[in-house]
Design a protein around this ligand. Structure first.
Ligand SMILES: CC(C)(COP(=O)(O)OP(=O)(O)OC[C@H]1O[C@@H](n2cnc3c(N)ncnc32)[C@H](O)[C@@H]1OP(=O)(O)O)[C@@H](O)C(=O)NCCC(=O)NCCS
Length: 172
């Protein structure tokens, strides 16, 4: 099984769009783009994604981040988003790294793999200690973090009616 992280590109358009259509991929919610918009203007979508890593192209206060796709040949398997540093909100809720595996490919070990590969990319971005968070009820994600060496931080984060968050450090 040869899988790798790649920068989003046209090569994976067909497979990515199948996934994007069947599931509201949460890594892309911030961009607020519909399937139709992405499908019709894929190049523009890629440009928007790439610009997320360029602080100068972002609104004030937004933290630059890099997105990679996990692929097997031309098949899109999932996405991971690495935030270059933490702001107040990311320190409490979002953490350094967000990931997701497309619905049909879950439960095959790709979740563990995407975080493992993402930690190597994080290291290259200068992150020595990565903060990972997940909802307390999100058992697969909790397992992915723990498989990758996550050490739980004592405090659970709870804000209003939002679900309780577990927070972990991973030494990169
Ligand atoms: C979290 C997520 C990435 C896991 O991906 P995955 O490909 O299913 O994960 P894996 O197959 O590598 O499994 C990871 C672990 O979770 C376990 N697992 C997977 N699905 C499970 C389920 N439904 N219930 C309980 N455990 C589960 C696996 O057995 C494995 O544990 P192990 O290492 O002890 O064997 C995937 O469920 C997902 O994309 N969820 C939606 C987005 C999300 O929640 N992202 C994380 C935000 S914090």
């Amino acid at each position: 099984m040869h899988i790798k992280l790649v920068k989003p590109s046209e090569k994976y358009k067909k497979s990515f769009l199948q996934s994007f259509k069947s599931l509201y991929l949460f890594n892309y919610q911030d961009l607020d783009l519909s399937y139709k918009q992405v499908n019709l203007n894929f190049k523009e979508f890629l440009r928007t994604l790439h610009n997320q890593s360029n602080k100068k192209a972002l609104a004030k206060g937004r933290v630059p981040s890099t997105t990679y796709w996990l692929v097997r040949d031309l098949k899109y398997l999932g996405s991971v988003n690495i935030r270059h540093y933490l702001n107040k909100h990311l320190k409490r809720v979002g953490g350094h790294i967000g990931y997701e595996i497309t619905l049909k490919e879950r439960g095959k070990g790709y979740g563990n793999a995407i975080l493992k590969l993402a930690l190597k990319k994080a290291k290259r971005l200068g992150i020595d200690k990565a903060l990972l968070t997940c909802d307390k009820s999100n058992i697969p994600s909790k397992k992915v973090i723990e498989y990758n060496g996550g050490r739980i931080i004592k405090s659970l984060f709870k804000q209003g009616k939002a679900p309780e968050k577990l927070r972990y450090w991973i030494k990169v």
